[in-house]
Ligand binder design. Structure first.
Ligand SMILES: [Zn+2]
Ligand SMILES: [Zn+2]
Length: 287
């Protein structure tokens, strides 16, 4: 088997498997290559790389950064990043701090709304991973303040809801710059979340990102329709961008997409990995 999955999360962010477990799971499923792309953190990379070399699975060090984008959600993937690059680690530290502050502010808001929830309770729900709104929702369900998770989001946690706090985000330009400084290749993740169904509008967004240093588009993704894939592929080709893909695997939860599945992996060959690697190498040798 030659399956390549370039978008995978571990317990370092919001996945359910530790990096080592994930590597063993991928190996067991017969995958050839995975990229570990946790949200705003590279804490799982070292362990993943080590287990990968032990088990004979190719592991690409990556990261997924959430960036500021008013029209929808924009995530940028960084591949082949140097995890010792201080500009990168400093930036990630800023993001972690902002996340911690945001969590405290959301606790304050919940308290002001009469819900006695503390951060330790939310952290328990999140186990050891990053805390996010779904964990707040679970803690609220546990305490009986809401019926279920969708109810928690509808009434309190949705964007603009009474317990919602805006997240601090990097600009796309800053994110691309830091990935590039760390020697990485930047790819736009799951473009459907940009909410740009009009080809000319999507094209304009990509044109702008390309000018800032974007190098690829994640065309193959479980939630992309054939029509969307075609649009993303066409625009990628037009701008000379790499075409990547992945499952966005977060673990074996109910109804979840499994590792290495759901994104048309047949069309994704190892050439893409070679292409990314050679881009990185050329840059290293460059002036
Ligand atoms: Zn994402
Ligand atoms: Zn993801």
């Amino acid at each position: 088997m030659n399956v390549i999955d370039l978008h995978v999360h571990t317990t370092a962010s919001d996945g359910t498997m530790s990096p080592a477990e994930l590597v063993r799971y991928a190996k067991g499923k017969g995958l050839r290559t995975i990229a570990i792309t946790d949200h705003d953190t590279i804490e799982g990379i070292e362990e993943g790389l080590q287990e990968g070399s032990k088990r004979g699975l190719e592991v690409i060090p990556g990261v997924e950064l959430s960036v500021d984008y008013s029209n929808g959600t924009m995530h940028l993937l960084g591949y082949y990043i140097d995890i010792t690059c201080t500009e990168l680690t400093d930036k990630l530290m800023v993001l972690q701090q902002a996340r911690a502050e945001r969590n405290l502010k959301m606790i304050d808001k919940l308290r002001a709304l009469g819900m006695e929830i503390d951060l330790a309770e939310v952290a328990t729900v999140a186990e050891h991973g990053q805390i996010g709104r779904p964990h707040f929702a679970q803690a609220m369900v546990k305490k009986g303040y809401v019926q279920n998770i969708p109810d928690a989001f509808d009434r309190y946690l949705r964007k603009g809801g009474p317990a919602y706090m805006e997240k601090f985000r990097l600009s796309a330009e800053e994110a691309i710059h830091v990935i590039r400084t760390a020697g990485g290749v930047t790819v736009l993740a799951h473009p459907f979340t940009l909410n740009q169904p009009q080809p000319h509008e999507f094209d304009a967004v990509i044109g702008e990102l390309k000018q800032r240093g974007l190098e690829g588009i994640e065309v193959h993704y479980p939630e992309h329709s054939e029509g969307q894939k075609k649009l993303y592929r066409d625009v990628a080709q037009q701008y000379g961008l790499l075409i990547t893909g992945g499952s966005d695997f977060h673990g074996l939860t109910k109804d979840a997409i499994d590792l290495g599945e759901g994104y048309g992996d047949g069309e994704l060959t190892h050439t893409i990995v070679e292409d990314m690697k050679s881009r990185r190498e050329t840059r290293r040798k460059g002036p």
